[in-house]
Design a binder for this molecule. Structure first.
Ligand SMILES: [Zn+2]
Length: 148
């Protein structure tokens, strides 16, 4: 059986959340999606938060060129060696500087130490839900819509 997981992560990779706020967001998500499995993952290490089967392509945030996946895998391998602390990259298409978190992932993906996961919710996570989570957590949120 396939699973749909909405993962909410801070737009800022280095955002340090307040414990109480994390719990407030969790309770809020449970109240909105009572029949879904809501979980929070907080880790010391930064992890790549993927979109599973919803991966289409990755594009350059500067010139919109579609990136060669071999280049991306190599860049991921080097970043992995720093446990994803060093995410800076220079793009092969236009030489612009960005980070692996700043690339245009289609569907969205990113890097985080804090992930709220909503598994198989009865309805879509909507913009108004995201805005509320942003208010409660005190930072911008990126939504990773994953399918496995
Ligand atoms: Zn480019």
């Amino acid at each position: 059986m396939s699973a749909t997981i909405f993962k909410l992560i801070p737009e800022d990779v280095h955002f340090v959340p307040d414990k109480g706020n994390v719990e407030q967001v969790r309770s809020y998500l449970v109240s909105i999606f009572p029949s879904a499995t809501v979980s929070v993952e907080q880790t010391e290490e930064i992890q790549f938060v993927d979109q599973g089967e919803n991966f289409v392509q990755i594009a350059c945030p500067n010139c919109d060129a579609v990136l060669d996946l071999k280049w991306w895998h190599n860049a991921m391998d080097s970043a992995w060696q720093s446990a994803f602390k060093e995410l800076d990259v220079q793009l092969p298409c236009c030489s612009a500087h960005s980070t692996l978190h700043g690339l245009r992932y289609d569907f969205p993906a990113g890097f985080s130490r804090l992930i709220f996961e909503i598994e198989n919710p009865e309805e879509e996570v909507r913009t108004e839900h995201l805005r509320r989570v942003e208010q409660l957590l005190g930072c911008e949120i990126r939504m990773v819509n994953a399918r496995y």
